[in-house]
Design a protein around this ligand. Structure first.
Ligand code: CU
Length: 131
């Protein structure tokens, strides 16, 4: 895989899986990058990492009944404010919360903004797409 391809895959938010070594071993080489498709049977996870909401620029199109989960893997407390439903919840370091059926609560298909009330100056915001 070329460096350009790797950079492209990483830019698309794909996850690098561990390379378990095996240098010089026989058989097929271990892939360095594996695409992890969005799985509708699980909550859609948006991760706050130091003034950025990862995987929400925008989200993929989510069904109305999908659970959306926010988790904070950064080093400071963040917040999730969703003006369309008057929701605002702080998200301490390491914390996670979920909203079940977020699309239904939002009122159905559409594009909805959310942001961190502590870090608007950094543009810490995201877009949820319900379809
Ligand atoms: Cu924040």
């Amino acid at each position: 895989m070329s460096r350009r391809t790797l950079a492209l895959l990483l830019g698309l938010g794909l996850v690098v899986v561990a390379c378990s070594g095996g240098v010089g071993g026989a058989g097929s080489p271990t892939p360095l990058v594996t695409q992890l498709p969005d799985d509708p049977s699980h909550p859609y996870t948006i991760t706050a990492i130091d003034y950025h909401f990862h995987d929400a620029h925008p989200t993929p199109t989510l069904s109305e009944d999908r659970t959306v989960r926010w988790t904070n893997q950064g080093t400071v407390t963040h917040n999730v404010t969703i003006p369309a439903i008057g929701f605002s919840e702080d998200l301490p370091v390491g914390a996670t919360f979920e909203i079940r059926g977020l699309g239904k609560k939002l009122g159905g298909p559409g594009t909805y903004q959310f942001y961190c009330r502590f870090h608007t100056v950094f543009g810490m915001a995201g877009t949820i797409v319900i379809g």
